[in-house]
Design a protein around this ligand. Structure first.
Ligand SMILES: Nc1ncnc2c1ncn2[C@@H]1O[C@H](COP(=O)(O)OP(=O)(O)OP(=O)(O)O)[C@@H](O)[C@H]1O
Length: 267
């Protein structure tokens, strides 16, 4: 968890009255979201509420149909420091039929840092090695990605984003379909990143071992932000009662008010 004081600095992400439409259909509306340096933010919400679309809009992959976006204080239109952003999209596979080694895939994350057609330098190699170390896959560097499990491949993709040494890291459901040891490895890597001062924005349906890292939760429903505040926690196995409001989606055994379209969320 970050020790920085959100609010004291200029936001690293600032979206004002953002809207996105896809094929003419409004997907996101009236989104106001500011994220400060060092924050660890989770985006929650039911399926189809717009979480992935919001993240894609924030990294410039979905054009805004309304509103203004600033990254690191720079208007999106003139922003060029793409190497400062890391993005791990949803349900991606590291293998994709290409017989690449783990180290090669991770090294591809350095491309935005390297000058075109220059061979990898010492800094590149060190960044790849430390990213692999961070996700606990240093011993698999030379193995073909195709020989890794799904959870390990997800860690390779995270290492690839880490290798670019981003200050601002977006992850879309990094733990979906990932077993607990791999979730723990992911949480360890993200914890180290966060302690190092990076900003993390994470879409998830299940916090698991990531829960202690979270500073703030944003909940989307029907393309709008319906909650933005203290971390929302899922009930743990021992039925421990947390002081903050507990609302979650996709959690077995819990009432899921966020899935009820006609019920207003009130905290
Ligand atoms: N490429 C696309 N073409 C058409 N509609 C899309 C596209 N991408 C997203 N949508 C629609 O936008 C809405 C929001 O989708 P989005 O994937 O952002 O939601 P989400 O909250 O991330 O969902 P999930 O939890 O299932 O990943 C959905 O109704 C979805 O069908």
């Amino acid at each position: 968890m970050s020790t920085s004081s959100p609010g004291a600095s200029e936001p690293v992400v600032e979206l004002r009255d953002g809207a996105v439409a896809i094929a003419g259909r409004p997907i996101l509306r009236h989104i106001d979201l500011s994220v400060h340096a060092g924050e660890f933010v989770t985006l929650l919400g039911p399926n189809g509420s717009g979480k992935s679309t919001l993240v894609r809009a924030l990294v410039g992959l979905r054009p805004l149909t309304h509103g203004s976006l600033r990254l690191f204080g720079t208007p999106f239109e003139s922003f060029r420091d793409w190497h400062r952003l890391g993005f791990v999209p949803q349900r991606s596979s590291a293998a994709s039929g290409v017989p690449a080694s783990v180290a090669e895939v991770v090294a591809s994350g350095r491309l935005t840092r390297r000058r075109l057609l220059r061979p990898a330098g010492r800094a590149d190699k060190a960044a790849v090695a430390s990213a692999l170390e961070l996700v606990g896959l240093a011993d698999r560097a030379r193995d073909s990605v195709a020989t890794l499990s799904g959870g390990q491949q997800q860690r390779v993709l995270i290492a690839r984003a880490l290798a670019g040494e981003p200050d601002l890291f977006f992850l879309d459901e990094p733990t979906a379909g990932v077993d607990l040891p791999n979730q723990q490895a992911l949480a360890d890597a993200l914890g180290a990143l966060s302690r190092g001062g990076s900003t993390v924005v994470l879409v998830t349906h299940e916090l698991g071992p990531l829960e202690p890292l979270v500073d703030r939760t944003v909940v989307l429903r029907d393309g709008r932000i319906v909650y933005d505040g203290a971390p929302l926690q899922v009930d743990d196995a021992h039925g421990h009662h947390h002081p903050s409001p507990r609302r979650t989606d996709h959690h077995p055994g819990m009432v899921a008010p966020l899935d009820r379209p006609d019920e207003e969320v009130s905290w």
